[in-house]
Write a protein that binds this ligand. Structure first.
Ligand SMILES: Cc1ncc(COP(=O)(O)O)c(C=O)c1O
Length: 383
């Protein structure tokens, strides 16, 4: 029997065929570094990167292509944005549902730049109360950072009203869209985020090693470059060019990955994002309902019918979910993820720290049969 991969919130698998072919096509046939040399393969690689920026700009509703910055993943984008933007003593508002990709840079900045951090509450369905947010605002608040969808519970956070409140207070908003890009039908063009950070290898179904950020032009002056190095532009200067995207993109790019990301954006458009999301939604609902019928299992986060991504995490009253995860893998060939999911504060908030929970995350290539087999396997293990 075929194995069942239910760890798509970590990274999507398998990748769509055109994505795999684009990566190997680039490596086999093009190979050259973009934006460095004048020969044809280099120029063609440059065009491929530019076209991918255009696809990303279209997908996220960015106003200009130069503002799409490519990074190795969303962690890279968040590090550039947080460390480049925040100044000593700044006050930051965020939530306890952030991934370590946000928590750890913030923690380091707290130690090294004395930034101060406050966390506003988010309910299990992802709602944020304006009053809670406003209560924590200070004169020196300079940034709001939030993930769009929890990688632990699958709850979709209410970032549209938050972006409006931030606008009213003239506060920049940084969004970690790791779990939502490609996984939610969301009106990106209505979101007023000054830093929109995404990863290419989860819901977008691109290759690992891809991601980026869309930076508001008004943030560029204050947000310092993160690494300095070759850009193929202004090579006579010893300082990093300040033009975009070069300011934040030093060194040879992951062009093979970007070729795959290019194919992934086209795949989403060709297949229809709505249909892709609808299918994952059906599978997730089936999984949630099935879990709720199993005695001893509790599904974390949004209740039935409430908005969630295709992530479903459970606890097991009679035992250790890590053990359950190992059994599912070794005895049933079903891949899941147990533990803290790099989100320790979320687990503290949910009362599941330090043991964590067991996460199932469906993807575009899962079937209803995969869900039936998974539920049957859990029932069998639990006796
Ligand atoms: C909410 C969230 N933020 C950040 C990340 C980090 O993603 P990446 O490893 O692609 O940088 C993840 C991935 O696990 C995530 O779920």
């Amino acid at each position: 029997m075929a194995s069942i991969y239910l760890d798509n919130a970590a990274t999507s698998h398998p990748r769509p065929r055109p994505v795999v072919e684009a990566v190997s096509g680039y490596l086999n046939e093009l190979g050259a570094s973009p934006g460095r040399s004048g020969h044809r393969p280099s120029l063609e690689s440059g065009r491929l990167v530019l076209e991918t920026r255009e696809l990303a700009a279209d997908f996220f509703g960015a106003s200009s292509v130069e503002n799409v910055i490519f990074t190795a993943n969303v962690t890279g984008a968040l590090n550039i944005a947080l460390k480049g933007y925040l100044r000593p003593g700044d006050h930051v508002l965020t939530t306890r549902f952030e991934h370590n990709a946000v928590l750890r840079p913030l923690h380091r900045l707290k130690e090294e730049r004395n930034i101060e951090i406050d966390y506003f509450p988010v309910d299990s369905g992802g709602s944020i109360e304006r009053e809670d947010f406003e209560q924590l605002l200070r004169e020196d608040t300079s940034l709001v950072v939030i993930n769009h969808a929890s990688n632990v519970t699958g709850a979709v956070l209410d970032i549209l009203p938050l972006s409006e409140w931030c606008g009213e207070y003239n506060l920049p908003l940084m969004v970690d869209a790791a779990q939502s890009a490609g996984s939610l039908d969301f009106p990106w063009d209505k979101l007023d985020a000054q830093f929109l950070c995404f990863t290419g290898h989860k819901g977008l179904m691109g290759p690992p090693g891809t991601g980026g950020m869309i930076i508001d032009p008004e943030m560029v002056e204050r947000t310092k470059s993160f690494i300095e190095g070759g850009t193929g532009s202004k090579s006579d200067k010893l300082t990093q060019p300040q033009v975009l995207p070069d300011k934040y993109e030093a060194g040879t790019m992951n062009t093979a990955g970007i070729a795959g990301l290019n194919a992934a954006f086209k795949y989403l458009a060709d297949e229809g994002l709505e249909q892709i999301i609808e299918k994952k939604k059906r599978l997730t609902e089936k999984l949630c309902r099935g879990m709720e019928d199993i005695p001893g299992i509790e599904v974390l986060g949004p209740g039935p019918g409430e908005r969630r991504t295709s992530t479903v995490s459970i606890t097991w009253s009679d035992g250790d979910t890590a053990e359950l995860s190992v059994k599912l893998d070794r005895e049933y060939d079903i891949m899941t993820r147990s533990g803290l999911h790099c989100a320790p504060l979320a687990h503290r908030e949910l009362g599941t720290y330090p043991r964590g929970a067991l996460r199932f995350s469906t993807g575009h290539f899962n079937s209803g049969d995969d869900i039936d087999r998974t539920l049957a396997a859990i029932k069998e293990i639990l006796g």
